[in-house]
Design a protein around this ligand. Structure first.
Ligand code: BO1
Ligand code: ZN
Length: 254
């Protein structure tokens, strides 16, 4: 298998057919062009409190920092069908370069969290990723605040255990809901793709309007601890915004 990287994103288009499609992600969210849709249903999460789970697998896959999630975690309302969680992961930049994937009016945030869910009518993430109604990703913008984020710290305190590419560690369960903004009522919605190869155009995207904040120290730890390969830092793992090609971006708020 071809090993893709973030340095030459244009090469993805030739190696992976779908990366050249017309419904790619991420996108720039132009707030003045988002269409308020009062019929967008509120999102209702279920089973996100994993406090009683003995351990969750945290993994450095060379492209991101990923936490495996149990399928008992679900989006119960907000979509036409029920979506089960599979994993969450992050995209980030460097101290100098903000590394969110989505942008708001062409502005990047320091980092972005993706909670990846698959349609419960499919067997698993791999099967669902190939289906038109397969995936729902909930995305949050991560900014810098004055205080340490104790919920993010449950993941970030284990960073040094996964600094080497393809390493794993187990972390105690905690309430995953607290990794997302307090207010889930304001969000943008559009049809897009996986933001990495194979770029399947099977993601119903939700980007929350409210930002999550972590401390400068916490963001620096994310940016400086993980390695991709023997002596490369895992950072700037964000894809450039893709063309809309006429797609509409809906907003749950006006
Ligand atoms: S993202 O949320 O759009 N950044 C995103 C990007 C890639 C994947 C999930 C979410 N995932 C990959 C998995 C593979 C899986 C594949 C589907 O999707 O890492 O393990 O098989 O083919
Ligand atoms: Zn992602």
């Amino acid at each position: 298998e071809h090993r893709w990287g973030y340095e030459d994103q244009e090469a993805w288009r030739s190696a992976y057919h779908d990366c050249n499609g017309k419904s790619q992600s991420p996108i720039d969210i132009e707030t003045s062009k988002a269409i308020y849709d009062r019929s967008l249903p509120a999102i209702k999460l279920d089973g996100y409190d994993l406090t009683d789970q003995p351990g969750l697998k945290l993994h450095n896959n060379g492209h991101t920092l990923q936490l495996s999630l149990p399928s008992s975690m679900r989006i119960l309302k907000g979509f036409d069908e029920i979506y089960l969680a599979a994993q969450l992961h992050f995209h980030w930049g460097t101290i100098e370069v903000p590394g969110s994937e989505h942008t708001i009016d062409n502005v990047h945030f320091p980092a972005e969290i993706h909670v990846v869910h698959y349609n419960s009518k499919y067997a698993d993430l791999a099967e669902a990723a190939r289906k038109k109604d397969g995936l729902a990703v909930l995305g949050g913008f991560i900014g810098i605040g004055l205080h340490e984020n104790e919920n993010y710290e449950k993941i970030l305190s284990a960073l040094t255990d996964v600094s080497i590419e393809e390493s794993n560690t187990m972390i105690p369960g905690f309430n995953i809901r607290h990794l997302l903004p307090n207010n889930l009522e304001k969000f943008y919605r559009y049809n897009g793709s996986l933001t990495t190869p194979p770029c399947f155009q099977t993601v119903n995207w939700t980007m929350f309007n409210d930002t999550i904040t972590v401390s400068r120290r916490q963001l620096a730890a994310l940016e400086k601890t993980l390695k991709a390969g023997q002596n490369q830092l895992l950072s700037k793992n964000f894809r450039a915004p893709q063309l809309l090609h006429g797609r509409r971006v809906l907003a749950s708020f006006s």
